[in-house]
Design a protein around this ligand. Structure first.
Ligand code: UDP
Length: 340
């Protein structure tokens, strides 16, 4: 069964999509990485809007518990497969290519797999979309900007990426995918939309081992009263977008005619230092965890903040959930699951 907090999130996304969601009724939608954090929310929303969903996931970082409530719905199929070699024998109306490791420690521990999902995987999904005459959406990332010098960063910024550094498997993989998509648009006129997702957080985000991201890790460290591990001085910044806002932006980009061939930043422009985030999470969880400073990983971007004027203008989208409110919902979700 879908738990209360996620269910409320899905309801709020569906209501913000409004009439536009009707386009998905009776459609067949392929979601790669559909058992992951973003992907499973997408499956929930698209399924709720009446589509028949095929989720392809190799479950290398995605989790079956994110989607098991959909399995009996009659409109959801899980195919355990690698996106690079998956060969569907059916056609789709929409293809969403979301599959990829996304946590820095995780993608750095399997750089070849990361590059494959975002090169051969993207090529394969573009071919699936082409054969199906489907519309495609690709979830790219703010990491294509690297250690950005233009802040807030607009879509027109070309990026400042170390092509051979430890993060390059992800950054350059995503950049290659974007270039490949543009080639398909130019050569075959395919209908593709690219969304560059900035740091998102919320229920279902993994916190364990190499899969953890800063918000999910800090919350679980605080709840279990373990030290909160701030890397470097903690003066680096990120801008965190609550999952329901992110998924609303992604769905609108998928459905809006004007987004065809466009690249759109999806994120929350509210910027915060990592040290302030640690203190905020400590306060919200009422935790006496110590803050422990650890070595900053190489090439960690110093600041990250999206310019979302394009998403506002083109999609009529902006984030609504305040950081503190999103954190409270997320804390509640982890507490209810007893997952610390
Ligand atoms: N970070 C941290 N402690 C952690 C994990 C991450 O201080 O335990 C920092 C990390 O160095 C980065 C920011 O938090 O500056 C965001 O890290 P995350 O892994 O969530 O993803 P990124 O935005 O770097 O892709």
């Amino acid at each position: 069964m879908l738990d209360g907090i996620v269910s409320e999130d899905v309801e709020s996304i569906v209501s913000r999509i409004g009439n536009m969601g009707k386009a998905l009724e009776t459609c067949k939608v392929l979601v790669t990485g559909g058992a992951g954090f973003l992907g499973s929310y997408i499956c929930d929303v698209v399924n709720k809007l009446g589509a028949d969903v095929v989720c392809v996931d190799d479950l290398s970082s995605g989790k079956i518990e994110n989607i098991d409530h959909l399995l009996g719905s009659g409109k959801f199929t899980l195919i355990k497969a690698d996106v690079s070699s998956f060969e569907p024998n059916e056609k789709f109306d929409y293809v969403l290519h979301v599959a990829s490791p996304a946590a820095p420690e995780e993608y750095q521990s399997k750089p070849v797999d990361t590059m494959r999902a975002n090169s051969v995987g993207t090529l394969n999904m573009l071919e699936v979309a082409r054969r199906s005459d489907a519309r495609m959406l690709y979830t790219s990332t703010s990491e294509v900007y690297g250690d950005a010098k233009a802040l807030p960063t607009p879509e027109t910024y070309w990026g400042n990426v170390n092509p051979i550094g430890p993060r390059s498997c992800y950054d350059e993989g995503k950049r290659f995918s974007e270039a490949l998509i543009m080639a398909y648009i130019r050569q075959y006129g395919l209908d593709v939309r690219i969304v560059r997702i900035f740091n998102s957080f919320g229920p279902r985000m993994r916190y364990d081992g190499a899969y953890g991201r800063v918000v999910s890790k800090f919350i679980n460290q605080a709840l279990s009263r373990r030290p909160i591990t701030v890397y470097g001085t903690g003066r680096q910044t990120r801008s965190f977008c609550y999952i329901s806002d992110t998924i609303t932006g992604i769905t609108l980009a998928l459905l809006n005619e004007k987004a065809r061939g466009e690249v759109i930043n999806i994120g929350n422009p509210h910027e915060i230092t990592i040290l302030r985030l640690a203190r905020l999470i400590k306060r919200i969880t009422d935790s006496d965890s110590k803050i422990m400073f650890m070595e900053l990983p190489p090439d960690d971007p110093k600041r990250r903040v999206p310019d979302i004027r394009k998403a506002k203008k083109l999609l009529g989208w902006k984030p609504f959930v305040k950081l503190e409110d999103g954190l409270k919902r997320t804390v509640e979700w982890y507490k209810l699951r007893g997952s610390v």
